[in-house]
Design a protein around this ligand. Structure first.
Ligand code: PMV
Length: 327
């Protein structure tokens, strides 16, 4: 039976990826670094059969939307061509993540699909190869393949063969916590793909952003190596604020933030003034992820729950690599 099931966890970038140098191959303008989130995951089951009918792609029990469907098909086609197989595929994904809300549903989803699909056809790929495959579903997905604290290497090769994620440290390296303030779990109006394209094409701040990334990558790598929360948090906040600043400089301008996003950011600053080390980062959506130490999770969770407009708060530690599950 050509089938396999895999699980992958979502991730949040500490040094952000924002903009592609090649849209088709999903090659980034810059490197990026993330922490994998243990608490947020997606499972994918992939089964290949002989016929030549259409592929079936379901997410959470319903047919995948056009964008998810098209990107899943791309990953399936790559796997089929590597294996020299031409039959149909049936893909089911489910998990505990709202879709398209900037909580990493596509990162977890495509890491799980790439892992399951390559295993189903018996391809013996390296972790880097699975990561490069996941990248072509969704860029940030490549970082969920090695898990832990991962760096997506920007790469230079025009075919993308050197653009994949590597594990800088496993999840056991640092028991950091990410407290997530959910401000809106609905699908965002501007997808990350369109948001980064519009920004790269038209934002007057985009070049400044690109030039700022190398320093943040160095800062984040060093802070992770030293388990230095102050250095990590400050770099992660700068990276997030600068990435979001590019959206305001785009034409037409846009923003992923809601009023409650700003209210959470302000509460994080109040926490810091009161001596709790907490630092915010935001992906392509209005929800805020706050980095802190395990012993301060209770204080941070209570402070975020108290902010008007926060619907829910959930906390995660660092998560593992994507993996194939027993049949
Ligand atoms: O890979 P995508 O299309 O989900 O884009 C991710 C973009 C950000 O989440 C904003 C940044 C990042 O590095 O994950």
């Amino acid at each position: 039976m050509r089938s396999a099931r895999a699980i992958a966890h979502s991730n949040v970038a500490l040094a952000k990826y924002w903009g592609k140098r090649d849209e088709r191959l999903v090659l980034p303008e810059t490197g990026s670094i993330s922490i994998t989130l243990d608490a947020l995951w997606t499972e994918a089951s992939v089964r290949f059969g002989e016929g030549d009918g259409p592929d079936l792609i379901e997410v959470g029990g319903a047919p995948a939307g056009p964008s998810d469907g098209r990107r899943t098909l791309r990953v399936l086609d790559l796997v089929r061509s590597m294996a020299g197989f031409s039959g149909t595929a049936e893909v089911h994904c489910w998990g505990n993540l709202p879709l398209g809300a900037g909580l990493g549903s596509s990162a977890a989803g495509f890491a799980a699909i790439a892992t399951a699909a390559s295993a189903a056809l018996g391809l013996r790929l390296t972790e880097a190869e699975v990561s490069a495959l996941a990248r072509q579903g969704s860029g940030s997905a490549c970082r969920s393949v090695p898990g832990g604290f991962a760096e997506w290497l920007c790469g230079r090769a025009p075919d993308g063969s050197d653009s994949y994620a590597v594990r800088l440290f496993g999840p056991e390296h640092w028991d950091l916590r990410v407290v997530i303030a959910i401000v809106n779990s609905g699908r965002k109006e501007v997808s990350s793909r369109l948001g980064m394209r519009r920004t790269a094409e038209s934002s007057v701040f985009y070049d400044a952003w690109r030039l700022s990334v190398e320093r943040e990558l160095r800062e984040v790598r060093q802070a992770l190596a030293d388990r230095d929360l102050t250095r990590l948090g400050e770099a992660a906040e700068r990276s997030a604020m600068r990435m979001h600043a590019t959206t305001l400089g785009a034409d037409p301008p846009f923003s992923y933030w809601l009023p409650a996003t700003l209210a959470v950011l302000s509460r994080v600053r109040v926490l810091r003034r009161g001596g709790t080390e907490a630092y915010a980062t935001i992906d392509a959506g209005p929800n805020v992820k706050v980095l802190c130490r395990p012993q301060e999770v209770g204080v941070v969770e209570a402070a975020l729950r108290d902010v008007q407009g926060v619907e829910d708060v959930l906390t995660s530690g660092p998560g593992p690599a994507a993996r194939v599950l027993p049949a």
